[in-house]
Design a protein around this ligand. Structure first.
Ligand code: CA
Length: 227
């Protein structure tokens, strides 16, 4: 597994590098945004990206990566404002760690993220194989039958099921699914959720794979099978 660390603070970069190498990851450090971008074509399994870099903003790099790749990204941020964290996730980061952090915690996050996004497992299985979501192929199989979802519906359920611990607000989902430029009302999300539920909730006697969190938004409600 190849990991790219994009961090200008040498001390932090070398500590993280040492911890990851101990776990047998192959690690490359880029100390600027320009160097990071030059490295991207090497193909990494995960990127640890500092938000504040001397040349290019970490957010810009994240957006740039997302134009062509779904590689898992963990943002390092010194900002503790919830808005900034949410923003990091909505521009395409998969997770974030606030500085100062324990290297051990970061390694745990790396492992968890790789488990859930790659680890050779692009198919996520829920509720004793009732619902299979093929993340890379874009398919959903419900009890052996392929479900016909629109691309937006697929993006939505993919986003929710990849972070089952997270509650997403409607606005966040609009930003993630439809992009910042989308000019619609955030209740659009409700309509998509309703459609998804009609397609995938049939086998559930009660409840839904997507839980409504009143006054907040939505979260995924399936139980991930250990494969
Ligand atoms: Ca920095």
């Amino acid at each position: 597994m190849k990991i790219l660390i994009v961090e200008d603070e040498e001390k932090i970069a070398s500590i993280v590098e040492a911890y990851l190498k101990k776990e047998k990851y192959s690690v490359t450090v880029a100390s600027t945004g320009t160097k990071a971008i030059a490295q991207l074509k090497q193909g990494y399994d995960l990127i640890i990206l500092d938000l504040k870099l001397p040349d290019i903003d970490g957010e810009e790099i994240c957006k740039l990566i997302r134009e062509s790749s779904q590689v898992p990204i963990i943002m390092l941020t010194a900002r503790s404002q919830e808005d900034d964290r949410v923003r990091g996730l909505s521009i395409g980061a998969d997770d974030y760690v606030v500085k100062p952090f324990s290297p051990r915690e970061l390694v745990a996050r790396v492992k968890a993220l790789l488990r859930r996004t790659t680890g050779g497992k692009t198919i996520l299985s829920f509720n004793n194989k009732t619902l299979l979501i093929d993340i890379s192929g874009g398919d959903i199989i419900l009890g052996d039958v392929k479900v016909d979802l629109t691309p937006t519906e697929f993006k939505l359920i993919k986003c929710l099921c990849e972070r089952p611990e997270q509650i997403f607000t409607r606005l966040q989902l609009v930003n993630i699914i439809l992009g910042y430029d989308f000019d619609g009302y955030d209740r659009t999300i409700d309509a998509h959720i309703k459609n998804i539920r009609q397609k995938i909730d049939k086998p559930l006697k009660e409840g839904s794979f997507i839980k409504t969190v009143y006054g907040v938004g939505y979260k995924f409600n399936g139980c991930l099978d250990e494969i």
